[in-house]
Design a protein around this ligand. Structure first.
Ligand code: NAP
Length: 305
């Protein structure tokens, strides 16, 4: 099968190459998915799991990409809940070969059915951004109607989901990002927008929840805005500062079939809009991940047309 592999961490996305690899086999409780579309997070090549297995041993050449939409072609020993020929989407194990390939082996529990009226490209754009936003807001942030929420990077892949879901859950959303992102963030539903390069974040006043995907100084300054009883949720590691009288949580997204179904249902009924920037083929994937201009939204790779 065709697959994108990485072997050299220092080379970054420029070191990605398109090669032939053996098709994966389904282990216990796995399915093999014929990948139609695949997503990739820009920071993946910095994650230890891209380079080593769970014991820290080198696992290169490794196939990046950890979200997909496709069709089940084989079941492993003992696999239940999914069937051959079923359309699925979901999140794959960080430590296994990923989804920038024609086939991927995935534990069945990490996948959910993809309804027939949802395009594979859309399906592949949802798992990481959608689940991360859902878990940060609902599970870790316990967002409530009427709360004031800062959604950092509100025009980005995760931030656009955070903005839309927080609005749906009844929050007042302060989106942030670059000057060029203002309109996109407002279009995703942000009530107001802070251009972090030119405006003072502190001017927004106290908030109940911060969803941080930037970290560093922005995370630190955000912690100071969390009012008593509020929460700072970070998806970029532990924050450098904690809210004085609130919670600080950092987490890595996990797959969850019920949450995937909640997310895709919202896309179907128009409550949630996915944020796809570029769609490219597997043959053009390396160029797509090395853009010459700033791009917004997710890059989705189509392994089949
Ligand atoms: N823990 C988890 O489970 C988890 C899950 C998903 C993602 N993540 C992490 O979350 C981060 C965001 O992921 P994503 O897929 O949403 O990325 P993305 O699509 O690139 O969105 C990030 C947005 O934030 C903006 N931004 C970043 N730094 C900024 C700054 N200093 N000032 C103003 N705007 C800034 C970016 O603008 P520019 O492009 O101009 O910088 C972009 O619009 C990544 O670090 C990723 O690894 C973690």
């Amino acid at each position: 099968m065709k697959a994108i592999v990485v072997t050299d961490q220092a080379a970054g996305t420029a070191g990605m190459t398109l090669v032939e690899r053996p098709e994966p086999q389904a282990a216990i409780n796995d399915v093999v998915v014929q990948v139609h579309a695949s997503g990739f997070v820009g920071t993946e090549l910095g994650w230890p799991s891209t380079w080593t297995d769970r014991l820290g041993r080198d696992r290169t050449p490794s196939i990046p990409g950890h979200e997909l939409a496709g069709v089940v072609t084989a079941l492993g020993y003992g696999t239940t809940g999914l069937s051959v020929g079923q359309r699925v989407f979901g999140l794959t194990d960080w430590y296994r070969d990923g989804t920038l390939a024609e086939y991927a082996a995935v534990e069945a529990r990490n996948l959910a059915p993809l309804p027939g009226d949802v395009d594979f490209t859309v399906g592949a754009s949802l798992p990481i951004s959608g689940l991360t936003a859902w878990q940060g807001l609902v599970v870790h942030g316990r967002v409530q109607p009427g709360q004031r929420v800062i959604a950092h990077g509100a025009a980005g892949a995760v931030g656009s989901m955070v903005t839309q879901l927080a609005r749906e859950f009844g929050a007042y959303v302060i989106g942030t990002g670059r000057a060029a992102d203002r309109q996109a963030a407002l279009d995703f539903g942000a009530n107001e927008f802070v251009d972090l390069d030119n405006e003072a974040l502190e001017d927004v006043g106290p908030v109940d929840l911060v969803f941080d995907l930037i970290g560093g100084a922005i995370g630190k300054r955000s912690a100071a805005l969390v009012r008593a009883g509020g929460t700072l949720v970070s998806i970029v590691g532990p924050s450098e500062a904690r809210p004085a009288d609130g919670l600080a949580v950092d987490f890595v997204v996990e797959s969850d079939r019920a949450q995937l179904s909640e997310i895709v249902q919202r896309v179907r009924d128009g409550r949630l809009r996915t944020n796809i920037g570029t769609v490219a083929t597997l043959d053009d994937a390396v160029a797509a991940f090395n853009p010459t201009q700033r791009r917004t939204g997710k890059t989705i790779i189509r392994a089949r047309s």
